[in-house]
Design a protein around this ligand. Sequence first.
Ligand SMILES: O=C(O)CCC(=O)C(=O)O
Ligand SMILES: [Fe+2]
Length: 318
Amino acid sequence: MEAFPIVDLSKINGEERAATMDLIKDSCENWGFFELVNHGISHEFMDKVERLTKEHYKKCMEQRFKEMVESKGLEAVQSEISDLDWESTFYLRHLPDSNINEIPDLEDDYRNAMKEFAKQLEKLAEQLLDLLCENLGLEKGYLKKAFYGSRGPTFGTKVSNYPPCPKPDLIKGLRAHTDAGGLILLFQDDKVSGLQLLKDGQWIDVPPMKHSIVINLGDQLEVITNGKYKSVMHRVIAQTDGTRMSIASFYNPGGDAVIYPAPALLKKEAETKEIYPKFVFEDYMKLYAGLKFQAKEPRFEAMKSIESTAKLGPIATV
Ligand SMILES: O=C(O)CCC(=O)C(=O)O
Ligand SMILES: [Fe+2]
C-alpha cells in the first residue's frame, strides 16, 4: 500500500515544483485526498485556533452533548445506530455573507480568530484550485470562475468535536459520505485520530499530523472534471478515549452557479466515455440534504434526469 500523500506546498515555487505538481495530480486522481504541510498559515495562529476551539467546546458544547447522549440513551445501545453521528458541531458561514457575528456563545477573540482563519483558508483554497487547473490543463482561474455564480463561492466552516464514545463500532463519529461541494480544507486534531477514507475497498486512516491541513475533493470537482478526479467516501470513527477536534472548511460553488463538465476536458475524453450532468448547484444541495449518507452515483443520475426533463420540457409542450 502506498503511503498517504503529503504535499509540501513550500516546494511549489522551487526546484521541486514539477515533482510537487505530479504528487498533487496523483493524489487527486488516485486518492481524492492529500495532506498539506508548509501551506503558509502560521503554526502559532493554528495553535491559537485550536486552543480557542477546544476552550469553546469545554465551555459551551460539552455539557449539551452529554445531555443529548443521556436523553437518547446512547451509552447503552446494543445495535448499530444508523440515523445519527457521535459529534458535537456548529457551523459558520463566511461567504457570500458571513453569519459569524450572529453565532451565540462565541468569545470575541474566538470570533475574530475564526474570521481571520477563514480569510487565510479562502486564499489557500483559491491557490489550490489554480494548481488543479494547471494539472488539468484548464486555464488559470477556470475553477474559481466555475464556482462563482452571481455572488461568488459559498464558503463555510463546520467546527466539530468527537467526544469519547463507548460504542464506536455501533455509532460512527460521522457516517460514510462524499462531500457535496468543491474543495474541503480540514484542520484536524494532531493527537486523536479517527478520519478514514475508502480506497480500493479498504478504510485507510488519514494520519494526524501537527499543523497540517487535509485537503479533499467534493462531488462538484468530480462533475467539472467529468470524473477525472473523484470525490472519495470518508467517515469518522470516534475513539473510546480522547476528544477529536476537527475544523472543516468547505469552498463550494455559489448557490446559483451552473455546474457542468469543463468542455476542454470532454474533448480529450474518448467519445464513448460517460458524461456527467449539468445543473444549478443549489438543486444538487437540495437533493444531497436527504441523500448525504448514500452513494453519489444515484445523485448524479437524478441530476441527469432533471436535466433531460428540462431539455425535453419545451418539446413535449409543442
Ligand atoms: O471531521 C472530519 O475529519 C471530517 C468531517 C467531514 O467529513 C465532513 O464534515 O464532511
Ligand atoms: Fe466530509
